[in-house]
Design a protein around this ligand. Structure first.
Ligand code: SF4
Ligand code: MG
Length: 341
């Protein structure tokens, strides 16, 4: 069957002081109805830019979608503008941002904003009916005392409560696709867990397919069905969540997994040595080679393609890796020695 969303060979350039940067350099990914796909990578990997391209949120200039197709339920989103684009945004496709303060209007009450989101997609909805639905929505996302909260402004909400209000707004019109960009990154650890629970419940109730952008593999393990790992504007690995955690097939993924705090090592966190590539002057060959513990001569010159691998990949999943030596990677975590004396 046709995927709900398919992105094919997306290329997004940004004009910077250092010249033109390929922020996204040939990314393809698909999302099927109801599934949660995590897009993982360090900052600057192109994951947010990929997500923003879907809803036409790349500001031009400095950004421009240079190439590729973004097809949502058979409709080419790159060709969609005006009224139709407004219909899709917040209707069929809704977005949750890391910092709700940037998405919420500071001079409108939270209730009015959620009501406006509803009425944008249902013009016949009267004021009172909208208010009733908003209070229901706020209750549903765990905002206590929803009647009172309706009339409060965003600054009167805590960070966690604001994120709940954002989620209420996002699910208001029963979207088919939710895009959540670092939805819990700005929150304290205890609130993070609550918001993750809420996202899971919202996803189960609405059945919305979800693209979850995150750098946090703990979040991925909690929520995702499938994972797309990005590095330097490209997809470097793709797999079902279990096979990916069980046996990463790209050294970068292995490094991310080794960075997760481990109870057996007193929570010690090992991060990947080196830093993400300078995208205005990316490394030759495999962009990961300056940091890769497995790099060989060939890696400096030949750029690896994202190829399908054999072996377990999760139910009905395809498994792909962009590493010349993916088949040799048996125990990826061992590549990054932790706790050595
Ligand atoms: Fe490392 Fe080479 Fe594989 Fe790139 S292609 S991830 S440098 S081994
Ligand atoms: Mg980002």
């Amino acid at each position: 069957t046709m995927p709900l969303l398919s992105i094919e060979n997306l290329v997004v350039d940004f004009a910077t002081d250092d010249g033109l940067v390929h922020a996204v350099d040939g990314v393809s990914l698909t999302v099927r109805t109801g599934e949660i796909v995590a897009v993982v990578g360090e900052s600057g990997s192109g994951k947010s830019v990929t997500a923003m391209s879907i809803l036409g949120l790349i500001r031009t200039p400095p950004g421009v979608i240079r190439d590729g197709r973004i097809v949502f339920r058979g409709e080419d989103l790159r060709a969609v503008t005006g009224e139709r684009l407004r219909e899709i945004r917040g209707g069929d496709v809704a977005m949750i941002f890391q910092d709700p303060m940037t998405a919420l209007n500071p001079v409108m009450t939270v209730g009015q904003q959620v009501a406006e989101a509803l009425r944008l997609h249902d013009r016949d909805l009267g004021k009172d009916a909208a208010r009733t639905r908003v209070v229901e929505l706020l209750r549903k996302v765990g905002v206590p005392d929803a009647e009172t909260r309706y009339g409060q402004y965003p600054h009167e909400f805590s960070g966690g409560m604001r994120q709940r209000a954002m989620i209420a707004m996002a699910i208001a019109n029963d979207p088919d696709l939710l895009i959540a960009d670092e939805p819990t990154t700005a929150l304290d650890v205890t609130i993070q867990a609550q918001v993750l629970d809420l996202l899971r419940t919202a996803q189960q109730e609405t059945g919305a397919a979800t693209i979850l952008i995150t750098h946090d593999l703990g979040v991925v393990a909690e929520l995702a069905d499938r994972v797309v790992v990005m590095y330097g504007g490209r997809v470097v690995e793709e797999a079902g969540v279990r096979p990916l955690f069980a046996r990463p097939r790209h050294p970068y993924t292995a490094g991310l997994l080794a960075s997760v705090p481990r109870a057996d090592l007193d929570g010690e966190l090992m991060s990947i040595p080196g830093s993400p590539p300078d995208m205005s002057d990316p490394p030759s060959g495999c962009a990961f080679h300056p940091r890769c513990p497995m790099a060989r001569e060939r890696c400096r010159t030949d750029r690896p393609e994202l190829l399908e691998l054999s072996g377990p990949s999760g139910e009905g999943e395809v498994r792909r890796s962009a590493c010349h030596f993916a088949d040799e990677l048996a125990d990826g975590r061992a590549l990054y020695a932790v706790g050595e004396e």
